[in-house]
Design a protein around this ligand. Structure first.
Ligand code: NDP
Length: 450
């Protein structure tokens, strides 16, 4: 790796000590930028371009007090990381999960910059959330928490400033409560301040489906380029939330058979093909554990997680789609996937594969669709939601879906062309980073030292 990149990585690890996920994300990106960095090293050094790229423009951390159903006051921590607004208003989801901390927020916001750049839409990178755990909370508790969260966040966002959306633990219900509180405080109807809204108040058709569908459109293009397709393939999908379920729906439409899905406790294996309606009923409507699937389909098998990686990665398949959380595919899991004959992996979740696992998979010629590109359909459709809000118009499902398909096809093309330009073959991981970086780099240099 170039000396300059190594120096920056060292600086980043010193200034961000104790933030493993953030350091991992920075290393993953910078280690692939060498061809461009080498060509401009002198300028980049002088302008501290990579140092600026790795330093968030702003981090907001705040207290979120709320009252539970027993009248007890609870306190959580809220975050918004506005990482880089050079190509458009900050944009990125909100995550409510007990694991949320500054490192996870920063890695997600950093990744978001490149992802948003790849969509071709004018959106900067941000991410936010809280260590609040929505599991087991009543509807009223969720509402009170969302209202308290927005009571602080509202002063840092706006349709031309920063536009949050959902992520783990934040779906249409939470976005609705937050939008209501924002509108009440601001006393104006600013539809484009949040995306992932309900259809009755400014949401976009196809937004719920977008990340999962987009992942499969990207996979379709990647497989086509490599003389393959989804048709007749077996697929395993980690997670059973928004991204996982819609990826399962679209993969099935393309003729694949989804044989396993998971949640944070374990996975369900159904050799006849997963009944996606049953998964949606259990996880989205009843908000229960995935093992309940056996009550509907007793012939299915359930495997509890008890090893170094999620049990789902032990199941044989052609294609694996990690759609749960970060660092889901460890090196050990990657070895198991290769041993089991998986030939393509599509990252629906953000940073689901460790850096060691990425290296191993690429060495073993596995086709790897990187998250920044492959899961960009969600934010791209959020961009389309903002567009409809600005025009005060709504497009049909078909219009949004066909725009999403075109965007994903184009993102794949950008990754492929960037990889080819730098002689990297079908290393789409590097291709995505390079293509995403080039646009940000141009905008940063044009806008001076800021
Ligand atoms: P959801 O909250 O809808 O679903 C998350 C799923 O992942 C659940 O099945 C959950 O299981 C599982 N999960 C969460 N944490 C863990 C864990 N530590 N170990 C194992 N399983 C876990 O979230 P989304 O589907 O929206 O998000 C999934 C991933 O996709 C995230 O990485 C997110 O950042 C990424 N993403 C989401 C986008 C979107 O539009 N929603 C856009 C782009 C990326 P359980 O029910 O047990 O908690």
């Amino acid at each position: 790796m170039s000396n300059y990149i190594n120096e920056v990585l060292e600086k980043v690890s010193k200034t961000n000590a104790g933030e493993p996920e953030f350091n991992q994300a920075v290393k993953e990106v910078l280690s692939t930028l060498e061809p461009v960095v080498n060509a401009h090293e002198e300028t980049y050094r002088k302008e501290a371009l990579l140092e600026r790229l790795c330093e968030p423009e702003r981090i907001i951390v705040f207290r979120v007090p709320w009252v539970d159903d027993n009248g007890q006051v609870q306190v959580n921590r809220g975050f918004r990381v506005q990482f880089n607004g050079v190509i458009g208003p900050y944009k990125g989801g909100l995550r409510f999960h007990p694991s949320v901390n500054q490192s996870i927020m920063k890695f997600l916001a950093f990744e978001q910059c490149f992802k948003n750049s790849l969509t071709g839409l004018p959106m900067g990178g941000a991410k936010g959330g809280s260590d609040f755990d929505p599991k087991g909370k009543s509807d009223n508790e969720i509402m009170r928490f969302c209202q308290s969260f927005m009571t602080e966040l509202y002063r840092h966002i706006g349709h031309n400033l920063d536009v949050p959306a959902g992520d783990i633990g934040v779906g249409a219900r939470e976005v609705g409560y937050m939008f209501g509180q924002y509108r009440r405080i601001r006393n104006q109807y600013e539809a484009g301040v949040l995306t992932g809204k309900g259809l009755s108040y400014g949401g976009s058709l196809a937004r719920p489906e977008a990340t999962g569908f987009g992942l499969i459109y990207f996979m379709r293009e990647m497989l086509k380029e490599n003389n393959s397709s989804l048709d007749g393939k077996t697929v395993i999908i980690s997670g059973s939330g928004n991204v996982a379920t819609y990826a399962a729906v679209k993969a099935t439409e393309y003729g694949a058979k989804v044989v396993a899905m998971s949640d944070s406790n374990g996975c369900i294996y159904d050799k006849n093909g997963i009944d996606i309606k049953a998964i949606k009923q259990i996880k989205e409507v009843e908000r229960k554990r995935i093992k309940e699937y056996k009550n509907i389909h007793p012939e299915a098998e359930y495997f509890e997680n008890n090893g170094e990686y999620q049990a789902i990665w032990n199941i044989k398949a052609d294609i694996a789609l990690p759609c749960a959380t970060q660092n889901d595919i460890t090196l050990e899991a990657a070895k198991k996937l290769v041993e089991n004959g998986v030939f393509a992996i599509g990252e629906g979740a953000n940073m689901p594969t460790t850096n060691e696992a990425i290296a191993y998979l690429l060495e073993n010629k596995i086709l790897l669709a990187p998250a920044k590109a492959a899961n960009a359909g969600g934010v791209a459709t959020s961009g389309l939601e903002m567009c409809q809000n600005s025009m005060r118009l709504s497009w049909t499902f078909e219009e949004v879906n066909s725009k999403l398909d075109a965007i994903m096809t184009n993102i794949f093309k950008s990754c492929k062309e960037a990889a080819a330009q730098y002689g990297l073959g079908n290393n789409y991981v590097a291709g995505a980073n390079l293509a995403g970086f080039i646009k940000i780099e141009q905008a940063m240099r044009a806008q001076g030292i800021i």
